[in-house]
Design a protein around this ligand. Structure first.
Ligand code: BDR
Ligand code: CA
Length: 309
């Protein structure tokens, strides 16, 4: 599977990148960065550091949008720390971003491949994807699939009472992507809140006898500090890695084809995903919405893949 990861690392984004490069089923063509958890400059540095850690400094990293389409940037440094990578200190990246804007890279790469050949894993705000769709409308029939960590149904919100972070930061971009007709698999909070980064699971990562396992354990220990306190659980949620894990093991997930639309008109519920789970309307079912997973099996997959480094 050929994929592009569009991301705002973020510890959980970094784990997603690591899982993709170590999995022989996946060919990571490039990483594109976006303003989200941290600034796009910091996100780009973090993506480069992650690929250094993975021993893959050959994979392109293109910097993208430095702000949402219409709204002011919102970050998540209260969750991920000032650098987005607090918890583990990685050396400064060995290189700079690859020349060329993320939006150009997405368009050129998708258009140079056969139709539907490429999957985009969208694990940050969807600004780059929306800009790419505006610049090259043919992407609608050329991108094979988007697998996105975003949105929520019954878990509702994490950055506001009614909105998940990636959608809230750029709801107008999300609206464009969700209306594009591109097959979209959504990994919402309803799923990610079930994947607790418990002490026992992090201890298994830490015990892996390589450099990567302990770094991931340190990162997630920091990230869960805020979220475990907030939710009162043993460990925080695990968000973004579900995109790549679904590509590797779709049999471990369960969902439903539903209509999902994004609120962009109300300041109170800005970025809320309105999920027609009970099929009350006849709106097009634009999203395969995942709500259940075999969580212990997924942690086994993560542990086994990290041990390959
Ligand atoms: C999403 O927000 C970010 O903080 C995480 O990296 C994830 O992509 C969860 O709402
Ligand atoms: Ca993210």
């Amino acid at each position: 599977m050929k994929i592009i990861i569009d991301t705002d690392p973020g510890q959980d984004d970094a784990l997603t990148i690591l899982l993709s490069v170590i999995s022989e089923e996946i060919d990571l063509l490039g990483v594109t960065t976006v303003s989200g958890n941290v600034s796009v400059a910091q996100a780009t540095e973090n993506a480069l550091q992650t690929l250094d850690l993975a021993g893959r400094p050959d994979i392109p990293v293109h910097a993208g949008a430095d702000r949402p389409l219409l709204r002011a940037p919102v970050n998540a440094m209260h969750v991920h720390g000032r650098t987005g990578f607090e918890g583990a200190d990685l050396p400064p990246a060995s290189r700079r971003a690859t020349p060329g804007h993320a939006v150009d890279f997405i368009i050129d790469t998708v258009m140079q491949h056969p139709p539907q050949d490429i999957t985009v894993c969208a694990i940050g705000p969807m600004t780059n994807l929306a800009l790419a769709l505006a610049r090259e409308p043919e992407l609608r029939t050329r991108i094979g699939r988007i697998v996105s960590m975003s949105g929520a149904f019954s878990e509702v919100g994490n950055i506001t009472p009614s909105a998940e972070f990636n959608i809230y930061v750029d709801p107008h971009a999300a609206e464009i992507v969700l209306a594009s007709g591109i097959p979209l698999v959504m990994m919402p909070l309803d799923l990610t809140h079930k994947l607790h980064t418990s002490a026992e699971r992090l201890a298994r990562f830490r015990a892996i006898p390589n450099r990567v396992g302990p770094v991931v354990a340190d990162w997630l220990t920091f990230e869960k500090r805020f979220e475990a306190t907030k939710y009162g659980t043993d460990g925080g949620p695990l968000h973004d890695p579900n995109t790549v894990l679904w590509l590797l093991r779709p049999d471990l997930y369960q969902g439903r084809d539903v209509s999902v639309r994004v609120e962009t008109g109300s300041e109170l519920t800005m970025g809320m995903t309105v999920v027609d789970w009970w099929q009350i309307t006849d709106h097009p079912r634009n999203v395969h919405f995942i709500r259940e997973a075999d969580v212990p099996a997924l942690y086994d997959v993560i542990t086994e893949r990290l041990a390959r480094f």
